[in-house]
Design a protein around this ligand. Structure first.
Ligand SMILES: [Zn+2]
Length: 222
């Protein structure tokens, strides 16, 4: 029974690792899948995870049509059992609708992986459409942690070390390797925080300046 599943979590939660693991598990059983990414952190057409794994992928830009692509693949004799769709928050709502149609009409399993909210704490349009349409929305069990030790639920964007809550929604940066992408200004970085510290704009750098970070130990009385 084909389903549209949306796996979600914050930036550090290991979504791309799970996407690659899911592909591995299905491929090991002789099933054939196609992997899609959007604005992947190492550049187009490769799905990479922070643990160093990678796999060739198809880059999804705003004009890409999942339905046409999949029907074309089937028409040309390819076997397609499932789709792995990473960075799905960057997809347009109509692309998400195409994915739902692929599940319903072609009986192809679709696994989506993505962030729910942007650095302003607003739902990405693609993520919102996925929550609306998915058969299941699952939150990743590996929890990213805020500097205070609490569960990190929000994505913060920093520019030159200062947290911002306005600007272009899609600017690719990296949590750990700032400036690793040639096209991205090195001053843009992302960090995951708990809701309280996102609300207070208390990033790790600011907390450290304030003497509140002690070797990343949780603060019991915070
Ligand atoms: Zn916190």
């Amino acid at each position: 029974m084909a389903e549209l599943t949306f796996w979600t979590g914050t930036m550090d939660a290991g979504k791309s690792t799970l996407a690659l693991q899911t592909n591995h598990n299905h491929a090991a059983r002789g099933r054939v899948g196609i992997i899609f990414v959007s604005n992947d952190r190492t550049g187009p057409a490769v799905l990479t995870s922070r643990l160093g794994l990678s796999h060739a992928a198809i880059e999804v830009d705003e004009d890409f049509n999942f339905w046409t692509y999949t029907v074309d693949s089937l028409t040309h004799g390819s076997k397609v059992d499932y789709l792995i769709c990473d960075e799905a928050q960057f997809y347009t709502p109509s692309q998400v609708e195409q994915l739902a149609k692929i599940v319903d009409e072609l009986r192809i399993e679709v696994f989506c992986f993505g962030i729910l909210t942007d650095f302003r704490t607003r739902l990405f349009p693609g993520a919102a459409r996925l929550v609306e349409l998915a058969d299941r929305t699952e939150v990743l069990q590996v929890e990213a942690l805020c500097w205070c030790g609490k569960r990190a639920t929000h994505n913060a964007r920093t520019e030159n070390g200062v947290m911002v809550t306005e600007g272009e929604v899609i600017v690719v940066g990296d949590v750990e390797e700032v400036g690793a992408i040639p096209d991205v200004p090195p001053e843009i970085a992302y960090e995951v925080l708990c809701r309280q510290h996102h609300r207070l704009a208390m990033t790790t750098a600011r907390a450290r300046e304030a003497g509140r970070v002690n070797d990343r130990e949780p603060l019991p009385f915070d």
